[in-house]
Design a protein around this ligand. Structure first.
Ligand code: TMP
Length: 214
């Protein structure tokens, strides 16, 4: 079972993935968590290029190809082998991020992005896209807060204009509305445990797991 987590900046994906992976693991399944861009030695190097402030002159086309290169490596090196061994994969962002950010955000043609993605992934698609929806400004504020807490940096993708992030969110909502069987939309403005409750309910149903504690 392959679950991708998607959302605008600051939607709380990593916290939710950490909680969900522990819960699934306690139920005896082999869980692998990973993230995009990255998740492999090659992908981490590509990530550093993509998120670097100095790369602000990067064209949207180059951006798509770099995200796709990292994705191709992650699928063949990490995701496919784990799925083929019967495991559960929880991935922080996947191909729908390219659709949302480069397609709806940068307004590159969606059909071309779909073709590039198909090539990069060999047609692998998530069984479930868990989309954590959050108001763009609230999400960016949350992320900025964390960046300050971690003495981290405001990365290049986050620093884009507000209108860009609004298009990204609208794109996610359009994709979710077009494929409700595969997308689970959760309001990420709720308490962490409430967001987690929605995710567990859906995953329990898909994996036929008991929802109760242990
Ligand atoms: P994150 O690790 O905080 O989610 O940051 C990754 C950034 O890269 C985020 O701003 C979204 C962006 N991104 C794309 O623009 N396209 C993609 O295909 C992926 C995977 C991420």
């Amino acid at each position: 079972m392959f679950i991708a987590f998607e959302g605008p900046e600051g939607s709380g994906k990593s916290t939710q993935i950490m909680l969900l992976s522990g819960w699934v693991r306690e139920r005896g399944l082999s869980v692998l968590t990973t993230r995009e861009p990255g998740g492999t030695a090659i992908g981490d190097r590509v990530r550093a290029i993509l998120l670097d402030h100095a790369a602000s002159e990067m064209s949207p086309q180059a951006e798509v190809l770099l995200f796709s290169a990292a994705r191709a490596q992650l699928v063949s090196e990490v995701i496919r082998p784990h799925l083929e061994a019967g495991g559960v994969v929880l991935c922080d962002r996947f191909a729908d991020s390219t659709m949302a950010y480069q397609g709806y955000g940068h307004q590159l043609p969606l059909d071309k992005l779909a073709t590039i993605t198909e090539f990069a992934t060999g047609g692998l698609r998530p069984d479930l896209v868990a989309y954590l929806d959050i108001d763009v400004q609230a999400g960016l504020r949350r992320k900025q807060q964390h960046a300050q807490d971690d003495a981290g940096q405001w990365n290049r993708m986050e620093a884009k204009a507000l209108a860009f992030h609004e298009r990204v969110r609208a794109g996610y909502l359009a994709m979710a509305a077009a494929d409700p069987a595969r997308w689970l939309v959760v309001d990420a403005g709720q308490r962490v445990e409430d967001v987690q409750g929605h995710l567990r309910a859906r995953v329990a149903e898909m994996l036929q797991l008991a929802i109760g504690d242990r």
